[in-house]
Design a protein around this ligand. Structure first.
Ligand SMILES: O=C(O)CCC(=O)C(=O)O
Length: 312
């Protein structure tokens, strides 16, 4: 009797979560096609930003292969923001290493992804006094994200990560394995390396052309809440090695990437990888698939319309 009841309960819970998934997918599609994204595309089209040559190159690269690689100083030429971000990174490293050596309870980690310590994680308040947030909400970055997405985007996620070195024999787990992000069909993730990253520091890797619409877009195709983690060896058989890019590089390396395409990283074995990251996605994503990681604590009415939209 107990067994029957337990099986029945398990079945009810499976059906309930399948229905919930279906509901979330339907909400995403509705917001993408008809509700929020349509209005956001119209707003963008009414006054598209004027991009300079560096910003144009990033958008063209993203369109052509799903990523763009440059340096922070190319995009923020001569801006003292770099010194502020590196100081922010240094404080984060110091606090993280003190936590790793002592009270690990203080460290911000997510269950199943304990190898990444975060500066903010979710549920924080941020404003322009935070240097990395200021970079992410700047027109230099936001105009790029909006131009690639063809709409006013939402700045959904802002953080700094410290990837803790793993034993070399450890197996890759979670985002250390090839996957597509579930967030959106088309999104922009940004990674700014705050330390030199070599092959033992867990470099980010990307399969160019694997975003929806690309030559490998049909391999385990993106769907909202899809099964986004295929077996590693199968993926490596299906996508040719020349499409796989491994982003080693010095501190200051800046990468824009549509992570609806296959990517992985953070499998540091020799040294910690420290980076700043951000995600820009469509309003449809925030309405259905994702949650903003922070609340903007500044005054929205002091911002221009596209920035206000991104942070609100
Ligand atoms: O840590 C990495 O390099 C991978 C990050 C990742 O998979 C993601 O942000 O979706």
């Amino acid at each position: 009797m107990h067994r029957t009841k337990t099986r029945f309960a398990a079945r009810v819970s499976r059906v309930a979560s399948a229905l919930e998934r279906r509901g979330i997918r339907a909400t995403y599609t509705l917001h993408d096609r008809a509700l929020s994204n349509r209005a956001s595309r119209r707003r963008f089209a009414q006054a598209p930003p004027v991009l300079d040559a560096v910003q144009r190159r990033i958008v063209d690269d993203l369109d052509a292969r799903g990523f763009s690689l440059l340096t922070f100083s190319e995009l923020f030429d001569g801006d003292p923001l770099w010194e502020e971000i590196t100081a922010q990174g240094a404080r984060f490293v110091e606090e993280t290493e003190a936590g790793l050596a002592g009270d690990r309870e203080r460290l911000r980690v997510r269950a199943g992804k304990e190898f990444v310590v975060r500066l903010h994680s979710y549920g924080v308040e941020l404003d322009f006094s935070d240097p990395w947030f200021r970079a992410c909400a700047s027109q230099r970055m936001l105009d790029v994200a909006n131009a690639y997405l063809g709409m006013w985007s939402k700045l959904e996620y802002v953080d700094l990560w410290y990837s803790v070195p793993q034993p070399e024999e450890a197996t890759r787990v979670s985002s250390q394995r090839w996957h597509r992000d579930f967030n959106d069909r088309k999104l922009v993730k940004v990674f700014l390396y705050l330390v030199d990253v070599d092959t033992d520091t867990g470099p980010f890797q990307y399969a160019a052309g694997s975003a929806p619409g690309g030559p490998y877009g049909d391999a385990w195709p993106w769907r909202p809440l899809g099964e986004n983690y295929p077996p590693e060896e199968e993926l490596e058989r299906r996508i040719p090695p020349e499409a796989i890019h491994t982003f080693t590089g010095p501190r200051g390396t800046l990468l824009f990437c549509n992570t609806a395409g296959f990517h992985r990283g953070g499998f540091a074995t020799a040294r910690p990888r420290v980076l700043a990251t951000a995600t820009y996605s469509s309003p449809a994503s925030l309405a259905s698939l994702t949650e903003r990681s922070y609340r903007y604590a500044g005054a929205l009415d002091e911002l221009d319309a596209a920035t206000r939209y991104a942070l609100d």
